[in-house]
Ligand binder design. Sequence first.
Ligand code: HEC
Ligand code: HEC
Length: 338
Amino acid sequence: MRHLLGLFILITILSFSCTTEDTNAWRGLEIPAHFPDPVFQVIVSEKGFELGRKLFYDPILSRDNTISCGSCHIQGSAFSHHGHDVSHGIDDRLGSRNAPAVQNMIWNSSFFWDGGVSHIDLISVSPIQNELEMDESFVNVIRKLNLKEDYRKLFKEVFGTDSVSGAYFLTAMSQFMSMLVTADSRYDRYVLGDATALDAVELEGKQLFEQKCASCHVGVLQSDFSFRNNGLKSEPFRDGGRYHVSLIESDKGKFKVPSLRNVAITAPYMHDGSLRTLESVLAHYALGVQKSSTLDPELEKNGVIGIPMSTEERTAIIRFLHTLTDDKFIRDPRFSEP
Ligand code: HEC
Ligand code: HEC
């Protein structure tokens, strides 16, 4: 009897601790207390999010059903394509740009390196139709999804429709991407009041970063989401960047200032993936900035090109950049392939 009672208590304790520690439990979209208001208000339901998650990992979105969004945006590297300078798409075709991290999307005012997409709901159309990425027509994706009974059933459950529509497909994708919030790095813990979260060198790096980098990489998201030329190339630019969208001559060679969250695990760097390590990024800003007619004025102050930094200063900044890694985010079971 005592044994049975003990077993009963043990089971109760175990099932209790399981429910309280269940990281899979639905919590909805949470806006971190120390973040600004998001640019996009996306209403997320659990079923809508789960549908978006299934779609994100489903190669049915590509022409030959081999490539999913998750093939290039890998959770373990904060949904970037770690190790690939430019992305490898369908038939192993090479793109011309590096796949950025998909994280904290609702705080971005536009998407892609050139800001070519200005609404979160429209993101998925580009990779699907891009001939170097998924090379499929949007209409055909919707047709293929409609042929699948499980998808028809899921869309009915989430949106109450009898068929899969393009608009609801895009809404489901936004619901998944909106949930990809990363805000739990050591840096965040420091910002939220834990003075011990960063060591002395990291704190020195944070200060240097705020002096030397935060005119563009500003605030808790390390970006003002503007378009700027940080001096990777001089004219003629191989990739016109923002110019492709605005057709304004003075936008040539400008790209979206990226957030630096999880930057230690998203190498290689820059729109073209041309810098392989954080050491080479810092060496670029200190010694490698190229002069051109659209070079950002922040990188050409008082006739000095680039950002003067000693080797120690660069090391401290790199140490700080490592504190932006959010291990929970890259292991969060809610975001993995279902
Ligand atoms: C073949 C690799 C590949 C596939 C497949 C792919 N992407 Fe991308 N993704 C990229 C590249 C490369 C970029 C940068 C392109 C650019 O800026 O011109 C990008 C950019 C993005 C961005 C912009 C992020 C930002 O900071 O602005 C989002 C969001 C995104 N992709 C989501 C998706 C979704 C959703 C899918 C599936 C429908 C998808 N991607 C499929 C390679 C890929
Ligand atoms: C004048 C604005 C500006 C300043 C100042 C600046 N950056 Fe950048 N940074 C950018 C832009 C724009 C990009 C994207 C450029 C591209 O890909 O063509 C970028 C890209 C990066 C990247 C690559 C991120 C990725 O995901 O590929 C890192 C890392 C980075 N910057 C770190 C720093 C550090 C560290 C400093 C200070 C030493 C700094 N930046 C100063 C504008 C700036």
